[in-house]
Ligand binder design. Structure first.
Ligand code: ZN
Ligand code: FE
Ligand code: FE
Length: 197
C-alpha cells in the first residue's frame, strides 16, 4: 500500500476505536452534567458521535479497506480522566463540577479535531475526494461541539465568579456605580443567557 494511504488507514483505525469508546462515555457524561444545557449538549453529541462511527465506516468503504479499529490509547486516557473528573465532581458544587466536566470534554474534542484534520489532509493529498468530504463533515461537527461547550461555560464562569466574590461583591452597588469591568461582565452574562434561550 502507498505510504500516504497506509497513514490514512492508520488514522482511521485509531479514530474508529476512539469514537466507539465515546459512544459509551457520552451517556455517562450526560448523566453527570448538572446544567440542563450541558446535559443536552452531551446528548446531542452522542447522536453525532454515532453518525461519526457510521461515516468512518463509509470512509473505509470508499477506500476499499476493512473497517478495523486499533486501540486508541489517548482516548482511553482521556476517558479515564473524565471518569475521575465525574467522581470528583460528586463532591463539588454543581457549577464547579460542570466546569470541570466541560474541561474534560473539550480535551476529547480537541483530540478528535487534531485527528480528523490529519486524516482529512491525507485523504485530500491522495485525491480521495469522497473520503475527504466525509471527514470534513465530521471535523465540522467536532468543532461545533467544542464551540458549544465554550458557550455553555461562559455563563457558568460568570456565576462561579460571583459566588467566589461572596460578601465582597455588592451587586446593587455595582449596578449603580457601573464600573467598566463589572458592567461589561454583567452585560455579557445577560447576552449569553438570552442567547441560550
Ligand atoms: Zn466524533
Ligand atoms: Fe489515538
Ligand atoms: Fe466529538
Amino acid at each position: 500500500m502507498p505510504q500516504l494511504k497506509e497513514l490514512l488507514v492508520e488514522q482511521l483505525q485509531d479514530l474508529l476505536h476512539a469514537e466507539g469508546q465515546l459512544t459509551d462515555a457520552l451517556p455517562k457524561m450526560a448523566e453527570a452534567a448538572n446544567h440542563p444545557k450541558l446535559k443536552e449538549a452531551f446528548e446531542k453529541h452522542l447522536i453525532q458521535t454515532q453518525d461519526h462511527v457510521e461515516r468512518l465506516r463509509k470512509v473505509f468503504e470508499v477506500l476499499g479497506e476493512k473497517a478495523q479499529p486499533k486501540p486508541c490509547r489517548a482516548m482511553m486516557g482521556l476517558i479515564e480522566e473524565g471518569k475521575e473528573t465525574m467522581e470528583e465532581g460528586a463532591e463539588k458544587e454543581p457549577i464547579a463540577a460542570d466546569l470541570a466536566l466541560i474541561g474534560a470534554a473539550q480535551r476529547v474534542e480537541h483530540y478528535e479535531i487534531a485527528a480528523y484534520g490529519t486524516a482529512k489532509a491525507l485523504a485530500r493529498q491522495i485525491g480521495a475526494v469522497d473520503a475527504a468530504r466525509l471527514l470534513s463533515h465530521t471535523l465540522g461537527e467536532e468543532e461545533s461541539a467544542d464551540f458549544l461547550l465554550t458557550a455553555i461555560s461562559d455563563p457558568l464562569l460568570q456565576q462561579a465568579a460571583i459566588e467566589d466574590g461572596g460578601d465582597s461583591i455588592n451587586l446593587e452597588a455595582v449596578g449603580k456605580q457601573g464600573t467598566t469591568r463589572t458592567t461589561k461582565r454583567s452585560e455579557k452574562s445577560e447576552t449569553m443567557a438570552s442567547r441560550g434561550r
